[in-house]
Ligand binder design. Structure first.
Ligand code: AMP
Length: 362
């Protein structure tokens, strides 16, 4: 029996752990939090994510190490990589941690992106406004998540306030994309190089936070284009594990926004809605096992539960609803769980999701 080490013991770690039970795997997590969700799936070493002693203990107790969130120290991982096996590759994490590096990588691979520029000063943003036009989305290059660390610059007059709000950190300005919808492409690559893709998922965000995902989406030829982009990324990075690429659809064309070197919130529907979940395929990939089938079962839909758990017991009694509660303390804008349904067809899924939204407060 193999033991997997996971840096981070949040809900993604928890769901990787649950998926691993099917594969007869054991788990050890590293996380400084008091009561992390993944403690339900294995012991947690209570250390900071970059604590050398904690990482050493994790390496000693496990066969392969992976991570469930992006803000892991690349330096600490590089060191760990010399002692044990770490997947996904640290280079993929390094690039994903910096929006400028990430967008430059997309350009290098000829994956289309909206115009962007590096911003270090008010003068840089003035220049970006002239060259890229308004509106612009100003973002911190590092450590942004769920819409945090970004703001819209509509006009030359907004520049100073925007730079003051987000600076003095390193920033990037992107052209605002008037997208028709947002989608994510999720794929996996195992150590031997086998590739596999999930069908394109359509995502709805509010205030920068993912609220709903539906798959498969009626994407026509966009799905195979998105898979080409995934293939470019997975092979170029010599990637191992699950990778999620977030894209905008505008005028029936795809523009890449960002990628996550990990399992992704927009792939939670794969637990009930796919033959093999993204969590199982991540484990299969890092253990060099054959990747599982990614065929969709029916018409899955997922709703995030944010800020407060639904109190209505009717929801729990509904046999079509798969309720996942992560075991986290309620807090504004915090992801506390999700619901998945697998309907017979997209029309029925959309009706059911609308009904279920009523139980959610956020
Ligand atoms: P991000 O942190 O880059 O994933 O951004 C969070 C959300 O903000 C995205 O899912 C979009 O809804 C929105 N957003 C980010 N960048 C842009 C952009 N350049 N144009 C339009 N909307 C954006």
């Amino acid at each position: 029996m193999k033991t997997i080490g996971i840096i981070g013991a949040g809900q993604l770690g928890q769901m990787i752990g649950y998926a691993g039970k099917r594969l007869n795997l054991d788990f050890v997590f590293l996380d400084p939090s008091e009561n992390p969700p993944a403690k339900a799936a294995g012991p947690v070493l209570k250390y900071n994510f970059d604590d050398p002693e904690g990482l050493e203990k994790l390496a000693a107790a496990t066969d392969v190490i992976t991570y469930e969130f992006e803000n892991v120290s690349v330096t600490a991982l590089e060191k760990l990589d010399k002692e044990t096996i770490v997947y996904p590759p640290t280079e993929a994490l390094r690039l994903a941690q910096d929006r400028l590096e990430e967008k430059t990588l997309f350009q290098t691979l000829s994956i289309p992106v909206s115009g962007f520029q590096k911003i270090d000063s008010v003068a840089d943003l003035e220049k970006a406004g002239l060259e890229l036009g308004y509106p612009l989305v100003l973002k911190t290059r590092r450590f942004g998540y769920d819409g945090k660390g970004q703001c819209i610059v509509n006009h030359r007059n907004d520049i100073e306030e925007a730079v003051n709000q987000l600076g003095p950190r390193a920033l990037i300005a992107e052209q605002f994309v008037p997208f028709d919808r947002e989608v994510s492409a999720i794929g996996s690559r195992n150590v031997s190089g086998q590739l596999s893709y999930y069908p394109l998922t359509e995502n709805l965000h509010r205030e920068g936070i993912l609220r709903e995902s539906r798959a498969p989406t009626d994407a026509g030829n966009l799905e195979s284009i998105a898979n080409d982009y995934l293939k470019l990324l997975l092979t170029h990075l010599n990637y191992v594990g699950v990778l999620a690429l977030e894209l905008f659809v505008v005028d029936n064309k795809l523009l890449a926004n960002e990628f996550a070197p990990r399992v992704h919130n927009s792939g939670h529907w794969t637990i009930e809605g796919s033959v093999t979940s993204q969590f199982e395929n991540h484990l299969r990939a890092i253990l060099d096992m054959p990747l599982g089938e990614t065929t969709v079962l029916g018409a899955p839909g997922m709703l995030n539960i944010i800020g407060a758990m639904p109190q209505d017991s009717e929801l729990l009694r509904n046999p079509s609803v798969n309720l996942h509660e992560y075991g986290k303390e309620a807090r504004t804008n915090r992801k506390l769980g999700h619901l998945t349904i697998v309907a017979e067809n997209p029309a029925s899924r959309d009706i059911q999701l609308k009904e279920l939204e009523k139980y959610l407060t956020n």
